[in-house]
Ligand binder design. Structure first.
Ligand SMILES: Cc1cc2nc3c(=O)[nH]c(=O)nc-3n(C[C@H](O)[C@H](O)[C@H](O)COP(=O)(O)O)c2cc1C
Length: 347
């Protein structure tokens, strides 16, 4: 019999076997030599946690409040593209599974499914945005997200240019050779890509946080922060949350692991904003480690994509197993709530 933990551990290999090689490679790969990708996967394990003992752990509650809404677990799904290349139901299946778990789904602005269809699943969701040089070109997409019920906007700040990745399939084909462009960016106005100023902005600054808040009326989360002073600047510019991320090792291939960057960001933010983290989170022990280091929630990118190749039920099973592992880890660590996980890395 396959246990749920074995099922989770085998997700990547099953996705590799099931998906066209160029699609799988696109999901898995990191930028350049994959230095950051590799270290992000191992870093969570390098943190030692000192368990509390002589604690009553009969009742363990991993619930958390994120941007004013209570969720039963501190685990969210990070924004990723090409979900419809992984499963025909794509973002809809992902959304239904996250809704059933009462989690939070972050939807990529490059999604291949109309925001209205995602919102119609009843999922609690945030929209992710890259800003173009001509900011106003992003407004129609942002307005569609607001109309479809997005509860926050996540500004990705680690992508002034898309980090180079090398094809690693035997055939050397790349995803854009095999994927229908119609599976991308359906929430933008037609002709967006050809409009002057639609390339990614090279001049992002703290003022963009304010701009996004005024255009959408939503709390702004800044995703892709690794330095404490940038976290402080984002917070002072009005960010409701700072998201420690190296884009899953897909952008700057010398960036630190997020486990290494997280404590400095938590310290700089000083509780003025929420702090999230992603990158290499693969199980409940990683989630517990992120909480211990001060994160309010941990997000998963690739695991959710790999699970999606098995459809909505695959993502549901992944989320249920992550929660079960987190509860077990909290019990073993003697932490009955998210608050009680703080500082487990110090004796
Ligand atoms: C295939 C793929 C597509 C992604 N697309 C986006 C995106 O559109 N916007 C974004 O902010 N991050 C994107 N990311 C980064 C994720 O949001 C997240 O930061 C990263 O996957 C976390 O690392 P993990 O995959 O190890 O969990 C993407 C990641 C992957 C793997």
């Amino acid at each position: 019999m396959t246990t749920d933990a074995q099922w989770v551990a085998g997700l990547e290999e099953r996705a590799r076997a099931a998906l066209p090689s160029a699609v799988f490679d696109y999901l898995r790969q990191g930028a350049r030599d994959e230095v950051t990708l590799d270290r992000s996967l191992t870093a969570w394990r390098e943190v030692a946690l000192y368990p509390r003992t002589l604690v009553d752990v009969r009742e363990v509650d991993p619930a958390v409040t994120l941007l004013g809404r209570r969720h039963p677990a501190p685990i969210g799904v990070a924004p990723t593209t090409l979900q419809r290349a992984v499963h025909p139901e794509g973002e809809r299946a992902m959304a239904r599974a996250v809704a059933a778990a009462d989690g939070v789904l972050v939807v990529s602005s490059n999604a291949g499914t109309p925001f209205a269809d995602i919102g119609a699943t009843g999922v609690w969701w945030w929209v992710q945005a890259y800003l173009p040089t001509e900011r106003s070109l992003a407004e129609p997409m942002l307005r569609r997200a607001v109309a479809a019920g997005a509860a926050a906007v996540v500004l990705t700040v680690d992508t002034p240019v898309v980090g180079t990745k090398y094809p690693r399939t035997e055939q050397g084909d790349v995803v854009w050779d095999v994927v229908d462009p119609a599976l991308l960016r359906v929430n933008f106005d037609t002709g967006y890509e050809d409009a002057p100023g639609s390339e990614k902005a090279l001049d992002l600054g703290p003022r963009d946080i304010d701009w996004l808040r005024s255009v959408t009326g939503l709390p702004v989360v800044v995703k892709g922060v690794l330095r404490p002073e940038d976290a402080a600047r984002a917070t002072e510019a009005g960010a409701a949350a700072v998201w420690v991320s190296n884009h899953g090792g897909r952008q700057f291939d010398r960036a630190p692991s997020t486990a290494a960057a997280l404590p400095g960001v938590v310290q700089a933010v000083q509780g003025r904003a929420e702090v999230y983290v992603d990158g290499g989170v693969r199980g409940g022990l990683d989630v517990l480690t992120a909480l211990a280091l001060g994160a309010d929630a941990a997000f998963v990118g690739r695991p959710a994509l790999y699970a999606l190749h098995e459809g909505e039920s695959g993502v549901s099973r992944l989320l249920a197993e992550l929660v079960a592992q987190t509860v077990e880890s909290m019990r073993l660590a003697g932490a009955v709530s998210v608050a009680a996980t703080r500082g487990l890395d110090r004796s």
